[in-house]
Ligand binder design. Structure first.
Ligand code: MN9
Ligand code: PYR
Length: 320
């Protein structure tokens, strides 16, 4: 059985795939991006080629190259690099799983195939098992994101007896707001050393109460530092500070959700906050609008998430 050096815990940034204005992958900024996560955000784990990374919009060859770049640039800097290898074609998924093992990634994750869908637990487990078997030395994580895949099989049901079928199973990335399902995953698997990674950043504190051991998300790219403060407060049982931090994060996410928030907007915000040009998304996604960027920028400033402090005086909203 695969046993990771250590359990995946704390924050995991779902990496953006940097692109040029012409829609090609911009490998040249990945080294700088790793340094930014570690030094400025205190984030030492990454989740590559997932939703935020537009993994399903890249070719298999691009996914291999992106995975290689993150593993190479993260060496001796990052704790763990998990590669999302889910695909509609089992063959593609297996190729990517094998490749992740070859390049020395620390784990693989897989979403449910979402065009021709598995309609019950056994069908889904069977698919996941075949992918996991292609990388028998790597920890395997199931990536539960029913709103995007349309596969609504409850995580609790899927996890029941999963290690008998998938011996490398090490944890769950849970991107859903059903805290009953999440809580039951934790409760029913206490004797295992699974990682329970929550994926709805604006609700992370509730998931911590429910037993989350870590979190994977898009906002940890630029709000990792703030979220780490929340994790630290939670750890020292200072729940009132933890809640203040969560509310602060919510003020931003709530604001952008109302404007329309997805991967395109995440790319624009990352460029704004980090100064690393991660570029536009690839079609079918479209660039965030100028209006969105201006609004998001003003909000980031008023919350003190941008280094510029010109709004600081008398600013009631400030989170610092
Ligand atoms: C659907 C999606 O992309 N979810 C991300 C990760 O699972 C989150 O990090 C969200 O972007 C974040 O929670 C804001 O809603
Ligand atoms: C957020 C996340 O986990 C992803 O982008 O895949």
């Amino acid at each position: 059985m695969a046993s990771p050096k250590k359990k995946l815990q704390g924050l995991v940034a779902a990496t953006i795939t940097p692109m040029t204005e012409h829609g090609e992958i911009n490998f040249s900024v990945i080294g700088q991006y790793v340094d930014y996560l570690v030094e400025e955000q205190g984030v030492k784990n990454i989740f590559v080629n997932g939703t935020t990374g537009e993994g399903l919009s890249l070719s298999v060859s691009e996914r291999r190259q992106v995975a290689e770049a993150w593993v190479a640039k993260g060496r001796n800097k990052l704790d763990q690099v998990v590669i999302h290898v889910g695909a509609l074609s089992l063959k593609d998924s297996q190729e990517l799983a094998r490749h992740a093992a070859e390049i020395g990634a620390d784990g693989i994750a897989v979403i449910a195939p979402f065009f021709l869908k598995p309609w019950n637990k056994d069908a889904l487990i069977n698919f996941l098992k075949e992918v996991a078997a292609a990388a028998p030395t790597l920890p395997f994580y199931y990536y539960h994101i029913p709103a995007l895949t349309g596969v609504k099989i409850r995580a609790e049901e899927l996890l029941d007896g999963i290690q008998d079928k998938i011996p490398t199973f090490q944890g769950l990335k849970f991107s859903d707001t059903d805290l009953l399902d999440f809580g039951q995953c934790v409760d029913q698997n206490r004797q295992q050393q699974f990682a329970f990674l929550f994926g709805v950043d604006e609700q992370l504190l509730s998931a911590l109460v429910m037993g989350a051991t870590g979190a994977v998300g898009s906002t940890y790219n630029y709000m990792g530092k703030k979220t780490n403060q929340m994790l630290e407060a939670f750890k020292r049982k200072d729940f009132s500070s933890a809640l203040n931090h969560q509310f602060c994060i919510q003020r931003f996410i709530n604001f952008v959700l109302k404007l329309g928030f997805g991967v395109s907007q995440t790319k624009a915000i990352m460029t704004l906050v980090s100064g690393i040009p991660v570029g536009p998304p690839r079609p079918p996604l479209q660039k965030a609008s100028r209006e969105f960027i201006d609004n998001a920028k003003a909000k980031l400033k008023s919350l003190d998430f941008l280094s510029s402090t010109d709004l600081k005086d008398g600013n009631l909203e400030s989170c610092s």
